[in-house]
Design a protein around this ligand. Structure first.
Ligand code: HEC
Ligand code: HEC
Ligand code: HEC
Ligand code: HEC
Ligand code: HEC
Ligand code: HEC
Length: 433
């Protein structure tokens, strides 16, 4: 009787399967790349983007009206020579009575365009190349019926679904092949290696008393540890990071764009609460920033389209009609989920810490400028407040009131530093109503 290692066959089969899948995924990947490359002749898109952002972005967007018209499609509206001279000095063209120039100037009356005599025709070619990049994947909002291109998102899911199905089918096929091979082998009287009979693991375990004893103790210890950990966590929400109605990234606003914390949380300096900015504050900037063009994090699914879609949510909430650049009056409040929340019986005042004590937001909120989603950094327990009051020296320089107290306290206790604790920062009544 000969022994057959039937495993070999299954192995080869699974290798073929792997190769097939690899080939398949490379194929679809290279297709994507081919699609992503813009079909542009002439200028350099990347250089154009830099020039556009530096010179034109304040007044122009590619696909939407801003202060000036959308630049996409401009090469089909005017010939190249016209565009060169317009950009270099539009006012001169209007003055000279050029019909197209006068028409566009009248349409946007009151806001003449800056002259750019320093830009060469090559520069302008680059800008135009950037402006004429075909818009891919418009954000699926209620107003833009994204026909063919939004189908791209759907077909991705379909491809995934089909892949999963193919996988499943191949798996089942492999099992069937395996089974059939065995049967054939048995029918031919081939004997293959079988595992020797053993006790099931759990039985072997149950028969070993020492093992059972040790495991029981380990279980008890670890559950005790977790129960203790759980109990002392109640009411402490460190790390709490709820999903907000609009995905608002501090990393993008306070980090990449370096917007000052108190630009939005302006009351942190003057009152008890920091507050969340009203949507009007957002619109100071977002009247002009309707599309996201910055860094994306594809791993987490934060694509440009995702971010742009979130800006549209802001527009919906304040009732901003992007097309006509005006408010519709239809608003709906955004209900931000509160993250930091002390119990009602505790009193905390921002201005006292931010303005009087000069404590940095970071000390209590962590590096918010690096958070894509804000999470609670500090435990906000009583112990946390007290520890800091014990440790933090008060800045007595340039504050007469403190200098006096300091002098008195030094006499009394012989200390040369003044902490919040010594100022009464440990008195129950200061923090409890
Ligand atoms: C200060 C605002 C401002 C800046 C900066 C600006 N533009 Fe304009 N642009 C306008 C306005 C407003 C119009 C509409 C005509 C007018 O009122 O002069 C316009 C019109 C145009 C037109 C004609 C569009 C059409 O459809 O007829 C082109 C092309 C153009 N701009 C290109 C540029 C380029 C390229 C840059 C950057 C190098 C630039 N603009 C920078 C405000 C600006
Ligand atoms: C462009 C406006 C803006 C800027 C700038 C900004 N924030 Fe915010 N902040 C918000 C908005 C809107 C929310 C509510 C949504 C959220 O929690 O993400 C918020 C939430 C927070 C929260 C959580 C509030 C809660 O519910 O407990 C903290 C803490 C915070 N910001 C701190 C900071 C700090 C620190 C900075 C500076 C590094 C900063 N913010 C800069 C707009 C801003
Ligand atoms: C001082 C100007 C400024 C203010 C105020 C501001 N933003 Fe932004 N916002 C920006 C800039 C700049 C970007 C990034 C644009 C880019 O990179 O293309 C941005 C991006 C965004 C995005 C896309 C990225 C993300 O965070 O998800 C959203 C959504 C957004 N802002 C919402 C808001 C909301 C809501 C407010 C008010 C609480 C607000 N913004 C206030 C300047 C501002
Ligand atoms: C000494 C610690 C400390 C400092 C410094 C501090 N915060 Fe807070 N912050 C807190 C605590 C505690 C809460 C919770 C307050 C509550 O629930 O009543 C809070 C809450 C907030 C909230 C939620 C809304 C509110 O007012 O309750 C925002 C937003 C906020 N802080 C922003 C800031 C910003 C911006 C700065 C810097 C300018 C800052 N904080 C500095 C401790 C601090
Ligand atoms: C990062 C350090 C820090 C943390 C954390 C902190 N504080 Fe303070 N706190 C200070 C300093 C410094 C002062 C002194 C301010 C001054 O100069 O009056 C102060 C003062 C106070 C005062 C006024 C005391 C007085 O004598 O009038 C109160 C009340 C207070 N803190 C409450 C709290 C509460 C409640 C918490 C926790 C939720 C907290 N603090 C967390 C640093 C901190
Ligand atoms: C620096 C501010 C501060 C001072 C001083 C302070 N507490 Fe608290 N206390 C807090 C905060 C904040 C909480 C809420 C902690 C939480 O939610 O986990 C708290 C919670 C408590 C609780 C509820 C139990 C708990 O831990 O949640 C009791 C009871 C309490 N404090 C008693 C006192 C007494 C008694 C004193 C005076 C010896 C005192 N506190 C002084 C800030 C303070």
């Amino acid at each position: 009787m000969k022994k057959v290692k039937h495993r070999n066959l299954t192995n080869r089969l699974s290798h073929t399967l792997l190769a097939f899948l690899l080939a398949f995924s490379t194929l679809s990947f290279s297709q994507e790349v081919a699609e992503a490359a813009p079909a542009n002749g002439g200028g350099d898109v990347a250089l154009g983007k830099t020039l556009f952002n530096a010179n034109c972005a304040a007044c122009h967007k590619r696909y939407n009206k801003s202060v000036g018209p959308a630049l996409h499609g401009v090469t089909s509206r005017h010939d190249l020579e016209w565009i060169y001279s317009w950009i270099k000095n539009s006012a001169a063209m209007v003055k000279s009575g050029d019909a197209a120039a006068v028409a566009i100037f009248d349409e946007y009356n009151g806001s003449p365009m800056t002259a750019f005599p320093a830009l060469s025709n090559g520069d302008i070619d680059n800008i135009l190349a950037y402006a004429e990049v075909v818009k891919t994947d418009p954000v699926p909002t209620a107003t833009t019926a994204g026909g063919e291109s939004s189908a791209g998102g759907v077909s991705n899911n379909i491809i995934l679904g089909i892949l999963a199905l193919v996988f499943l089918m191949l798996f089942v096929m492999l099992l069937l092949v395996n089974k059939t091979l065995r049967r054939i082998a048995e029918a031919n009287g081939v004997e293959y290696e079988q595992q020797e009979k053993r006790l099931p693991i759990w039985k072997a375990f149950a028969q070993n008393q020492f093992l059972v004893f040790v495991t029981a103790i380990l279980l008890l210890l670890s559950s005790g540890y977790f129960v203790y950990g759980y109990l002392s966590q109640i009411g402490v929400d460190q790390g709490y990071a709820p999903v907000q109605p609009i995905h608002f990234s501090h990393k993008i606003h306070a980090g990449a764009n370096e917007i000052d914390c108190t630009f939005c949380h302006s009351s942190a300096r003057t009152s008890k609460t920091s507050g969340i900015p009203s949507l009007n504050v957002c619109m100071n900037c977002h009247k002009n920033i309707s599309d996201y063009a910055g860094e994306e994090d594809l791993e987490k699914g934060y694509t440009k389209d995702f971010y742009t879609g979130e800006i549209k949510k802001l527009y919906d909430a304040v009732g901003w009609d992007e097309e006509n650049q005006r408010y519709t009056g239809e608003t709906e409040p955004v209900e931000w989920v509160r993250i930091h929340n002390l119990p009602d019986f505790a009193y905390f005042n921002h201005s006292q810490h931010v303005t009087v004590a000069g404590v940095d937001c970071k000390k209590c909120h962590g590096l918010v400028e690096e958070m894509e989603i804000v999470s609670q950094f500090a435990p906000l327990t009583m112990g946390w407040c007290i520890d800091c009051h014990r440790e933090t020296n008060i800045n007595v320089e340039s504050n007469e009131y403190y200098t006096k107290i300091h002098a008195e306290l030094s006499k009394k206790y012989g200390v040369d530093k003044l902490t919040a604790a010594q100022m009464g920062g440990l008195e129950c009544g200061k923090c409890h109503y």
